[in-house]
Design a protein around this ligand. Structure first.
Ligand SMILES: NC(=O)C1=CN([C@@H]2O[C@H](COP(=O)(O)OP(=O)(O)OC[C@H]3O[C@@H](n4cnc5c(N)ncnc54)[C@H](O)[C@@H]3O)[C@@H](O)[C@H]2O)C=CC1
Ligand SMILES: O=C1O[C@H](COP(=O)(O)O)[C@@H](O)[C@H](O)[C@H]1O
Length: 247
């Protein structure tokens, strides 16, 4: 089981959710290009993931990586996703392999499959009585250039698994919000990921055994159109939250 974990993009929202639940469970090395503004549970490396030397140094002695760093904006321009999300992710995978890291959990996105949400299917597919379900075996169908960059990251993960036997799980994260699900936003409620479930899911990404996987990262929402069966079966993910049962 992974003990020593490198968390890239640690200063962001997903990093906050993961550390909020798992600060004491692993030996953390945290990496972000933004310097820390608070106390973190572990060594904090200020570096850009496109800096090959810095990433290699940060990877020394690491068992597992949670790779979050990147431009998270659905409307991010191509030059930014090319640099931060595609080039940066390749740098992280390459350094992980060279350092003998066991597994990498990659923060992919719902936007890698955004164009399954066609005019004919929406908004019905966001509702609990609709049975449309994506399960992670479908081909990427990005909804924007940011989604293209996430599909590229999944593809890089596939390559580094097949070529170098690195264990890789790509988590197509839905919509992470703290305290309560998105309000007046059916799509966001369908793909809600609570902070607690985010920590539970990435805990399982660090602990479970797998080869190459694509799973959806959402809570157990009644409205869901992303299956969490694979995350349950392969990772042992047991979500506790549901946007329909939240006050
Ligand atoms: N928040 C959400 O609901 C979702 C997030 N994701 C993905 O999860 C990851 C984290 O997202 P958030 O925490 O929401 O974003 P965020 O913007 O809050 O955090 C991202 C962090 O990565 C750092 N970063 C960005 N580019 C970097 C680079 N080149 N080198 C080093 N650090 C860099 C930023 O400084 C920031 O602290 C992203 O890859 C995003 O695409 C995917 C789906 C949904
Ligand atoms: O990948 C991401 O997805 C979430 C949810 O997408 P949205 O279109 O419903 O906002 C987004 O909030 C997050 O910033 C992004 O990284």
């Amino acid at each position: 089981m992974a003990q020593s974990v490198l968390l890239t993009g640690a200063a962001g929202r997903v990093g906050d959710a993961i550390l909020g639940g798992l600060a004491d469970e692993y030996e953390w090395r945290l990496l972000d290009r933004d310097p820390p503004t608070e106390d973190y549970p572990g060594e904090f490396v200020v570096a850009d993931i496109t800096d090959d030397e810095a990433v290699r140094e940060a990877m020394e002695g690491i068992d597992a990586v949670i790779h979050l760093a990147g431009d998270p904006r659905p409307d991010a321009p191509w030059d930014s996703v090319l640099t931060n999300n595609i080039d940066g992710t390749q740098t992280v995978f390459e350094a992980a392999v060279d350092a003998g890291v066991e597994k990498v959990a990659f923060a992919s996105s719902n936007h890698a499959v955004g164009h399954y949400e066609t005019e004919e299917r929406t908004p019905e597919m966001y509702r609990a009585d609709d049975d449309y379900l994506l399960d992670g075996t479908e081909l990427p169908r990005p909804g924007n250039l940011y989604g293209v960059s996430k599909a590229a990251g999944e593809s890089l993960g596939r390559y580094y698994h097949d070529e170098h036997d690195l264990s890789v799980v790509c988590v197509r994260i839905g919509n992470l919000t703290e305290d309560h699900p998105p309000i007046d936003y059916e799509r966001g409620q369908a793909m809600w990921l609570s902070y607690r479930d985010c920590a539970r899911l990435f805990d399982r990404c660090l602990s479970a055994d797998y080869g190459y996987e694509i799973v959806y990262g959402i809570s157990d929402n009644d409205r869901k159109y992303y299956s969490i069966d694979r995350a349950r079966a392969v990772l042992g993910y047991e979500p506790q939250d549901n946007s329909a049962r939240h006050d």
